[in-house]
Design a protein around this ligand. Structure first.
Ligand code: 5AD
Length: 340
């Protein structure tokens, strides 16, 4: 199909075929890119207005049992200094974020099973008591009973990306688990009533435009409420060392398509996009969410998933207010009201 027609159809909420979408993603015509970004920006504005949702992420442990081929925190990387924050440290960091104005706290870690179901549950309920705050968990694959228990403790959302939708490549890059497990976790989380956050990387070695198109369509199939899409960034202590980073412009086009096919979804400008200088652009092509670190300063550099992650030592309140003025300069505001 002619690319401009396809963009128009998607804007009218028609789901594209994978082959057609792949062709659009491979199209290098700048006019096509511009049309895509403009359509995504319109849809973002219609469905979400100019307010940007701001989330605080606390990366509370970098211990991980997994062996993801792209991730610097994989279990066999003995060069990383591992840390595990105590329950008190996590609650203090969460309180700081809430006091600074953040209305969502994301708790993220490697797959670190030394935090028991009960410990995580206590942390979730304590944060929920801090006020009008949503709690998002991003703890990877766990027994379904853990997911159910945390929901009963008040957890609102769960982030677990499918990373890449090609089953063979997924299984090669995740030797500790497999693609079907990942999808079962997503299905279960949805069934339990979590707002499900999915997502994937762009530019992973082996990922063709057709796979990328299917990555996008899978988000829809899994009924995600949020989708984090970021470029693959090469880390030298991983199995995928020496592969080139994902392309930021391609990532932005993929975010734009996600906006068209999932108009209601929350789409963050992911940390990986921001590291590559794409924050402002992402907000202009569909993104309506920003995630900022609220991890205590002494741990930030140790959460070394990929290189280049920023670790400025400024108080959270200042970080929040400086984001507010950055956004205001772009004609955007921070979403703040009674409803977290
Ligand atoms: N480059 C970009 N993103 C990565 N992630 C992990 N490793 C990398 C990398 N090398 C992303 C994955 C994961 C999230 C926590 O970080 O998408 O879900």
């Amino acid at each position: 199909m002619e690319p401009f027609n396809l963009i128009r159809q998607m804007e009218q909420e028609e789901t594209p075929a994978a082959e057609e979408l792949a062709e659009l993603l491979a199209n290098s015509d700048k006019k096509v890119h511009a049309a895509l970004f403009e359509a995504a920006d319109r849809v973002r504005k219609n469905f979400h207005g100019n307010a940007v949702h701001v989330r605080a992420i606390i990366e509370f442990s970098n211990v991980c049992r997994c062996e993801c081929a792209y991730c610097g925190l994989h279990a066999k990387n003995h060069k990383v200094i591992r840390y595990q924050m105590s329950k008190e440290e996590i609650l203090n960091a969460a309180q700081d974020a809430v006091t600074a104005g953040y209305q969502t706290v994301i708790l993220q870690s490697g797959e670190d099973y030394s935090y028991s179901r009960e410990t995580i549950g206590q942390i979730v309920s304590s944060i929920k008591q801090m006020g009008n705050v949503a709690v998002t968990l991003s703890l990877g694959e766990r027994p379904f009973a853990d997911y159910a228990y945390w929901k009963s403790c008040g957890a609102d959302r769960y982030l677990i990306k499918h990373e890449i939708s090609d089953e063979v490549i997924y299984n090669r890059y995740h030797p500790h688990s497999n693609f079907q497990n990942r999808l079962s976790c997503q299905r279960e989380l949805y069934r339990l009533g979590y707002e499900l956050g999915g997502g994937f990387m762009t530019g992973l070695p082996g990922q063709t435009p057709f796979i990328l198109a299917n990555d996008l369509l899978l988000l829809k199939k899994m009924r995600v409420s949020m989708a984090g899409i970021g470029p693959y960034i090469c880390h030298n202590e991983t199995a995928l060392r020496k592969n080139p980073d994902g392309d930021v412009n391609l990532t932005l086009r993929v975010v734009a398509v996600a906006r068209l096919i999932l108009p209601y979804a929350h789409l963050p400008s992911t940390t990986a996009v921001n590291v590559k200088g794409g924050l402002k652009n992402a907000l202009n092509c569909g993104a309506n969410v920003i995630m900022q670190k609220a991890t205590p300063y002494q741990y930030r550099n140790l959460y070394d998933i990929y290189p280049g992650r920023d670790s400025k030592n400024i108080p959270l309140k200042e970080q929040y207010e400086s984001l507010r003025s950055e956004l205001n300069k772009l004609g955007r505001t921070i979403y703040e009201n009674g409803d977290a």
